[in-house]
Design a binder for this molecule. Structure first.
Ligand code: ATP
Ligand code: MG
Length: 445
C-alpha cells in the first residue's frame, strides 16, 4: 500500500477523552472513530488488525477441530424466555420491538441460539462431539463504556459452544479450548494467564478467565508469579490426545492464579511469599463448562448408546477479539506510539522515502516495494511529499515493527537502513539484503 493513496487519518493532538494509552493511540493512529458511546467505526488500519486477529483465531480453532458458522446479531426474545435468561439478564441486554411488535434483542452472547440450532438438527450421540463457533458482533449496554474498544458496547467476540455426551467428554472439550487459547494468545505475542474465575450469569462449575497483566486492567488478580514464565512454545499438540491436552492444562493451572471474585483468604498460605503477586489484568477470554444448564431448559437431548435420551453436555468459550487490540497496545507501546508484535502487525514493514521526487531515491523505493510484495509481504510505502521527521513520526505512531529508510546519502554507498521499532536499533544493508532480512523475519509467522 502507498500511503499517499491510503486512508490513515492520524491525529496530531492527544484526544482529551482517552484515559489510557491504547485508547489514545488507536484514535491517534487513525484506527477507530467513536460513533456513539462504546460504539466504533473500524477505520482501515484498525480493521486490518481486527481481521488479522480474527484470522489467527480461526486458524487456531480449526486446528483444534472446531467448526465455524455465523449466527445473526438479532435474536428473538422467545428463545431467551425458554432458558429463563430474558428476565435474568438485566439492563445490559438491548431490547426492542420490530414492526410487528415482536420482542427482539441484540445478542450479548449466543448460548440459546446455538442450543436451538443443535436441537433442530442433532439427535444422536453418534453426531458428537461437536464444537461450533463464530466470530460475531455482540452488544452489551455497559453502564460505563470506557477505554475505547476495551469496554465497548458493541464488540467483536469469538464465541464457541461444545456439545458432548458425557461430562468427561465435555471436560476434554474444555481443556482443548484452554490449550488452543494459549496458542492463540502466544501467536499474537501476548502472555495471557488462565485464572480460576467466577462463572457469573452464564453459570456453571468450571471456568477460567485469560488475563493479560496490565496496570490499566479492570480486574484485580492474585497469582503466583511463576505462571508468567509458562509458555506453550512450538510444542506439537494432538488435540485428540486427552492425556496430553489435560497435562498441558495442569501445567498451566496448578500454580495459584485467580481473579478477584474467587480469591480466598487462603491466598496469602497458597503462594510462597516471594512469588505472591496482586496486580491488575485485562480479561481477553473465558471458558466455561456448564453441563446441561441450557440443554435441559431447552430440550436439547441426544439418544445415548443404551437408547435413553439425555440432555447434551455443553460449554461455551469466548475470546474478546476487539478488546485484544486494546490489550495488545497496552502491552506494546512507548511514548512515540504503538509497537506491533510481528504476528499481528497491520503491515509487515514501512518504507520511508527521505527524498520524494529524487529520481534515484524514488526508483530504489519502488524496487524495494515491489521486491517485498513479490516475497509475499505487505509493505506500507510512505511516498508522501513530507519532511523526514513527519514520516518517522507517523511510522513510530502506527507501530510497524520494521522500517526501511531510503535516502540519497545511503544510496550513494548502495545502502538502505533497516530499523527495529522495538529496539530502535538500525542496520545498514544493501536493498536486496534488507528485503531478504524482512522476509526471513516473517518466515513462518
Ligand atoms: P467483563 O467481565 O470484562 O465484563 P465478561 O466476563 O462479561 O467480560 P464474557 O461473557 O466472558 O465477558 O465474554 C468473553 C470475552 O468478551 C471477554 O473475556 C472479553 O474479552 C470480551 N468482552 C466482554 N465484554 C466486553 C466489552 N464490553 N467490550 C469488549 N470486549 C468485551
Ligand atoms: Mg468473562
Amino acid at each position: 500500500m502507498r500511503l499517499s493513496r491510503y486512508f490513515l487519518p492520524v491525529l496530531k493532538e492527544n484526544p482529551a477523552e482517552a484515559q489510557i494509552a491504547s485508547h489514545r493511540l488507536m484514535l491517534r493512529a487513525g484506527m477507530i472513530k467513536q460513533q456513539s458511546a462504546g460504539i466504533y467505526s473500524w477505520l482501515p488500519l484498525g480493521y486490518k488488525v481486527l481481521r488479522r486477529l480474527a484470522q489467527i483465531v480461526h486458524e487456531e480453532q480449526e486446528k483444534a477441530g472446531h467448526i465455524p458458522l455465523l449466527m445473526p446479531t438479532l435474536q428473538s426474545a422467545d428463545l431467551w424466555r425458554e432458558s429463563g435468561r430474558y428476565d435474568a439478564y438485566g439492563p445490559e441486554m438491548l431490547r426492542f420491538k420490530d414492526r410487528h411488535d415482536r420482542e427482539m434483542l441484540y445478542g450479548p452472547t449466543n448460548e440459546e441460539m446455538i442450543t436451538d440450532i443443535f436441537r433442530a438438527h442433532v439427535s444422536s450421540y453418534k453426531d458428537l462431539p461437536l464444537t461450533l463457533y463464530q466470530i460475531q458482533w455482540k452488544f452489551r449496554d455497559e453502564v460505563r463504556p470506557r477505554f475505547g474498544v476495551m469496554r465497548g458496547r458493541e464488540f467483536y467476540m469469538k464465541d464457541g459452544y461444545t456439545f458432548d455426551l458425557t461430562k468427561e467428554d465435555a471436560l476434554h472439550a474444555y481443556n482443548r479450548h484452554m490449550v488452543s487459547y494459549l496458542r492463540t494468545y502466544e501467536r499474537m505475542g501476548l502472555t495471557a494467564i488462565p485464572m480460576r474465575a467466577d462463572s457469573g450469569p452464564i453459570g456453571g462449575e468450571n471456568t477460567h478467565e485469560f488475563l493479560v497483566l496490565a496496570q490499566t486492567g479492570e480486574s484485580e488478580v492474585f497469582y503466583d508469579d511463576r505462571v508468567e514464565a509458562l509458555k506453550l512454545g512450538d510444542r506439537a499438540v494432538d488435540f485428540d490426545d486427552r492425556g496430553q491436552v489435560a497435562d498441558i492444562c495442569k501445567e498451566f493451572t496448578t500454580l495459584y492464579a485467580r481473579t478477584d471474585e474467587t480469591h480466598d483468604a487462603a491466598l496469602f498460605e497458597q503462594i510462597p511469599e516471594a512469588h505472591r503477586r496482586v496486580a491488575r489484568g485485562i480479561e481477553v477470554g473465558q471458558i466455561f463448562y456448564f453441563g446441561s444448564k441450557y440443554s435441559e431448559a431447552m430440550g436439547a437431548t441426544v439418544t445415548a448408546p443404551d437408547g435413553s435420551k439425555v440432555p447434551v453436555e455443553m460449554g461455551s468459550h469466548g475470546i474478546g477479539v476487539s478488546r485484544l487490540i486494546g490489550a495488545l497496545i497496552e502491552a506494546n507501546h512507548d511514548e512515540k506510539g504503538i509497537i506491533w508484535p510481528e504476528g499481528v502487525t497491520p503491515f509487515h514493514v514501512g518504507i520511508v522515502n527521505l527524498k520524494q521526487g529524487d529520481a534515484a531515491t524514488d526508483t530504489a523505493c519502488e524496487a524495494i516495494y515491489a521486491a517485498l510484495k513479490a516475497a509475499g509481504l505487505d509493505p506500507l510505502y510512505d511516498d508522501r511529499d513530507e519532511r523526514a521527521g513527519a514520516k518517522f513520526a507517523t511510522m513510530d505512531l502506527i507501530g510497524l515493527p520494521w522500517r526501511i529508510t531510503v535516502g540519497p546519502r545511503g544510496l550513494a554507498k548502495n545502502l538502505v537502513e533497516v530499523t527495529s521499532r522495538r529496539s530502535g536499533e538500525s542496520e545498514e544493508l544493501s536493498a536486496e539484503a534488507a528485503v531478504a532480512k524482512i522476509a526471513q523475519i516473517y518466515e513462518g509467522i
